[in-house]
Design a protein around this ligand. Sequence first.
Ligand SMILES: Cc1cc2nc3c(=O)[nH]c(=O)nc-3n(C[C@H](O)[C@H](O)[C@H](O)COP(=O)(O)OP(=O)(O)OC[C@H]3O[C@@H](n4cnc5c(N)ncnc54)[C@H](O)[C@@H]3O)c2cc1C
Length: 608
Amino acid sequence: MSQKLPSVIEKTQEDLKKDAKIRELWMKNICDHDKHAKFKIKETYDFIIVGAGTAGCVLARELIHGIPNINILVLEAGGPNVHANGIISLPCTWFKAFRLYDCDWGYVTQEQKMKSHVNPTKEVTVKKGIPYPRGKVWGGCSSLNAMVYMRGQAKQYNDMAAQGPEYKIWDWDHCLEAFKALENNSRENPNEKFKQLHGFNGLHHVQDPHNGAYDIMSDLIDAAKNLGIPYNDDFNGERQNGVGRFQFTNEKGKRCSLADGFLRDALKKVEFHPGSEPNGFGKVVAVDVRSYAHVLEIIWDEENKKENIAIGVRYFCNGNVREAFIAPKGEVIICSGAINSPQILMLSGVGPKKNLEENNIKVRKELPVGRNLLDHPGCCFIAKSDPNTIHHWSSGCEIGIIHKANVEGKIPCKEEFFDENPDLQTIAMPLRPGLVDGLNVDGILLWSILNVPSSVGYLELDSNNPFDQPRIHLNYFEKSDDLYRMISSLKLSREILKQPPMSTVYNVKEIGINYTNGDDISDEDWEKFVLEKSVTTFHPGGTVKMAPESNGGVVNHRLQVYGTKNLRVVDASIFPYIPSGNTNAPTAMVAWRASRLIFEDYTRKNSL
Ligand SMILES: Cc1cc2nc3c(=O)[nH]c(=O)nc-3n(C[C@H](O)[C@H](O)[C@H](O)COP(=O)(O)OP(=O)(O)OC[C@H]3O[C@@H](n4cnc5c(N)ncnc54)[C@H](O)[C@@H]3O)c2cc1C
């Protein structure tokens, strides 16, 4: 008889006691170590970057190569992205990588109760505890993500730019310049249009699927085409709508995170300038990345309290609380992602007054930090096929079906398939046995994702302990159009699976919706299904919104935090509108554009 192994870590009381004892011994050692720490020099850098994720890696590289004679400290709460067995770099293991104990912040969401949209006399619930993975490793989420390369439509960038004349630096033309500068696309024989819209010399490698596609997935494209959905061979081309294959942020079939592409290149620059610092130790012109360094808060200049001048950060590393400072013309740049950047601001006294005061934090500047939490909810159902139709090398997300959804929850019509501002993305994934807990079948998973959601969530501090999780309120489907658009897309997915050859050759049978039999699913059952099965598709943003302060902004068009000095936020949290695609490339784009703004401001300050 085979023994069933536990799939989760279960520690006994005895184990926990032993762990606590070891922690105690470690603490004692740290105290002894502190007593000898008298001769340490004050750490001073031109730029301190908090977080070596997508944005932090791009920024470190662009600044160190763009501005002469600077030094940069990058503080990263996680460790290097080198995993001995290559689990991070192998595309087919991404589904496991983000569940790794020490590479993920391990966030979960709050329970959500609201009135049913179908039957408003009833209350419905989105359960508490939806896992909300965030990378805690060099490369941040780009080291754990599904590697789909998608910029989203021009519209959201142009909306961002329409917030005032000074926001023009964020219009599509400016963003496209950055996307192209970052990208190194290896498509074979690209056509002229592809050449115009893509970059081929950047450090972020993008490629078509390395291993071709399964027959069943190619046939899925035909099934979608049978229903009138146009084929699209470039979701980052002139139009986003249609059915086609994704491109991936891979190099030679392996993950290319922003740490692989950009941080690695940033680390190549090391120069020593003896005697150029007042302390006589000389200046090392380089990027210094400190791993397992958890930033606790911003250090403010207490002599000029009213001005809120950031002068450094306090962080926890190797059992010690340490401080690092910026040079007189330097900056602290928070790149800690859409959950942690707002948390660091709030812990430092920048945020909503009520939530800060509840947590005994002195308010330095009242701003709506943590509001405007935007995300792409996803809901999937599963169809099983004949055995042995699925193999094991796939990265998972193979096919995209991008369309405008129907706001009444009907199957979209032809016009909606051709609409140039699609709002729904369905990812088709080959389902291998074991990919979804308890399902030992071959098949297809169709994951509908609301690319342009109307509902907006928020996050807030639960305590003033920097190691505590903030409370994440997603507010998924709070607006009824989100629910009906999701239902519309799920109905379309069912229709696609009914088409030959899916139903005929592969014997595909839907096993996702269990409430009623056959096609006749009531709206009430659809709502129940959507609320029960929806999860994040890992794209939070917007919590440190770039907008005029009068319009709920936390940072201005140059990403400087209102009411402070020497402080910027550069990452996915600054999006006022969430990109209508996946968020890795857009976040890298934000960092590239920010590096140019920082360069301009630094040069201006130095010429004064
Ligand atoms: C499982 C998963 C799948 C995804 N799939 C895709 C996809 O296929 N395509 C796509 O385009 N996007 C995808 N995304 C989203 C995309 O990767 C992210 O939007 C993007 O990487 C966000 O970049 P960021 O710089 O804002 O934050 P992050 O990349 O999260 O970087 C933040 C960094 O800051 C560090 N940090 C946080 N707090 C502190 C602190 N207090 N002190 C020090 N360091 C700190 C973190 O450890 C992290 O390294 C996915 C994300 C996940 C999690």
